[in-house]
Design a protein around this ligand. Structure first.
Ligand code: NAP
Length: 474
């Protein structure tokens, strides 16, 4: 099936064709043109032209368009879910949940579009401000460049496009080259919902060309990026003076106190470690268990992990589909083999067939092994024994990353100690780090990023504060 780029409200061709393949069967499921430099230029000009249209569109109209988009996404749930499952390899049941979340993201954006406001500023708090009345308002930044990864081809695009439009901006979107088809369909929905021509533009092509052309262009006022820390760093180097939000990786820990319900923790950790083949930025990777419950927990976690069905993501029974490509599955395999050579035990898994990688549980790992210290981004979890809760917190926090962490305890004192001690953007008590509601502030500390998403929080950073001071005595 042939797809096109969306520039200034028109579906247009571009440069050389990109074949998008099913990540399970390898069959070509769509072809679309890669954007040339002139296409990116045209998309940016269109966005620049549409920026004043969006900025002056009344809030209730922006809300209506976004609410209609949410409705249309819901109506096309099955088609979108099957597109996600095919192009990203995500098990259909989880692809459907991603669509449901995108409906919610757009619904929240429709609501937030109507409550963008500033506040009064008591200027007379300073002697120099006597006789002045002050307030500030929030203005849209203008053109937003949105660059998204492969692992949530719909909802992570939604987390950029919906708040940008809600705040009255225009957008140029570059989805991941391996998974652009869901984004093409979303852009079609946005046009049908009444987004003005030029307010959302879609360009597809390699990050090193199309991505960098966007990031470095002076017409862009704000870059919103989700992806790997290496690319995030590159973006900070080439962006110049513009706003940048970076949602990057994590090697997510779980801290397990002996008072927790082990059956519940084991089940939640298994879903959290293997969902989307572990290709989730907040996937469960390191589980710190106190000695007292280590053996019974490991037994339950292994059992829950063995219960995961691996295979064709379009099969309703499947929990774990293929990884995004064979290279990634081979990389994960090599990290597991390296850990094994360094003394780790592969309790289950460690098995690969093409791009399928089986749920894998490791024990006897060390803190410097790649499977612990770096983001594995695959279906592999390590269970690590700790002397006490204090030691578990210390090890969980001993990382360069800081996106989300899960802590299982029924002891309120332990919970607050964890909240105080853990330097992460999100601390999830009694669930895994995978928990996310689309309206909550979400983002990382340390190497996990800069800024926050979660519709209202993304909108704050997609607006500029404009201060108004009025001298009253003239
Ligand atoms: P990636 O390789 O960094 O790619 C992300 C996006 O950036 C893609 O659209 C990519 O284009 C583009 N890109 C690549 N090089 C670029 C450059 N030099 N300039 C501008 N754009 C460039 O990441 P990925 O493999 O798709 O995703 C996995 C990573 O994303 C993991 O580290 C994961 O933790 C992180 N992630 C974070 C969050 C979060 O919310 N914190 C959520 C999901 C994923 P191409 O597709 O053409 O390479």
């Amino acid at each position: 099936m042939e797809f096109k780029l969306l520039i200034n409200g028109q579906w247009v061709g571009g440069g050389s064709p990109i074949e998008v393949k099913s990540k399970y069967s390898g069959e070509v499921i769509g072809v679309l043109p890669s954007a040339r430099h002139e296409d990116v230029d045209a998309a940016l000009s269109a966005a620049e032209g549409a920026a004043p249209v969006m900025a002056t569109m009344p809030a209730h109209k922006r809300g209506t368009v976004l609410a209609r988009a949410a409705e249309l996404i819901g109506e096309q749930r099955e088609d979108l879910a099957r597109t996600i499952a095919s192009e990203a390899g995500k098990a259909l049941k989880f692809a459907r949940l991603e669509v449901d979340r995108a409906v919610n993201t757009f619904t929240v954006a429709a609501e937030e579009a109507k409550r963008i406001h500033g506040e009064t500023v008591p200027l007379d708090a300073a002697s120099s401000g006597e006789g002045y009345f002050g307030f500030y308002v929030r203005r849209p930044v203008g053109v937003v460049a949105a660059i998204s990864p492969f692992n949530f081809p719909l909802n992570l695009v939604a987390h950029k496009v919906a708040p940008a439009l809600a705040a009255g901006n225009s957008v140029v979107l570059k989805p991941a080259t391996t998974t652009p088809l869901t984004a093409v369909k979303l852009c079609g929905i946005l046009a049908d919902a009444g987004v003005p021509a030029g307010a959302v533009n879609l360009v597809v092509g390699s990050g090193a060309t199309v991505g960098e052309w966007l990031v470095s262009d002076p017409r862009v006022a704000k870059v919103t990026f989700t992806g790997s820390p290496a690319v995030g760093k590159r973006i900070t180097e080439i962006a110049g003076i513009k706003k940048v939000t970076l949602e990057l990786g994590n090697n997510s820990p779980v801290v397990l106190a002996p008072d927790a319900d082990l059956d519940y923790v084991a089940k939640r950790c298994a879903v959290g470690a293997y969902y989307n083949s572990g290709q989730v930025c907040i996937s469960v990777q390191r589980i710190y268990s106190q000695k007292r419950v280590y053996d019974p927990f490991l037994e339950k976690f292994v059992k829950a992990s063995e219960g995961m069905v691996v295979g064709d993501p379009l099969d309703e029974r499947v929990d774990v589909g293929p990884m995004i490509d064979i290279d990634e599955a081979e990389r994960v395999d090599s990290w597991v083999s390296e850990a094994q050579a360094e003394g780790a035990t592969v309790v289950i898994g460690g098995k690969r067939d093409g791009s399928l990688y089986w749920p894998t549980v490791l024990t006897s790992v060390g803190p410097d092994m790649k499977v612990v210290a770096e983001e594995i981004f695959g279906p592999v979890a390590s269970v690590i024994q700790c002397d006490d809760f204090e030691e578990a917190l210390r090890q969980a926090d001993a990382t360069e990353y800081g996106l989300q962490v899960g802590v299982f305890t029924r002891d309120i004192h332990r919970a607050f100690e964890a909240i105080r001690r853990l330097n992460f953007g999100g601390v999830i008590i009694n669930d895994t780090p995978v928990f996310r509601a689309d309206h909550m502030p979400y983002g990382g500390n340390r190497k996990s990023g800069i800024g926050r998403e979660g519709v209202r929080f993304a909108m704050e950073d997609m607006t500029n504060i404009q201060m108004v001071a009025i001298r009253l005595d003239t």
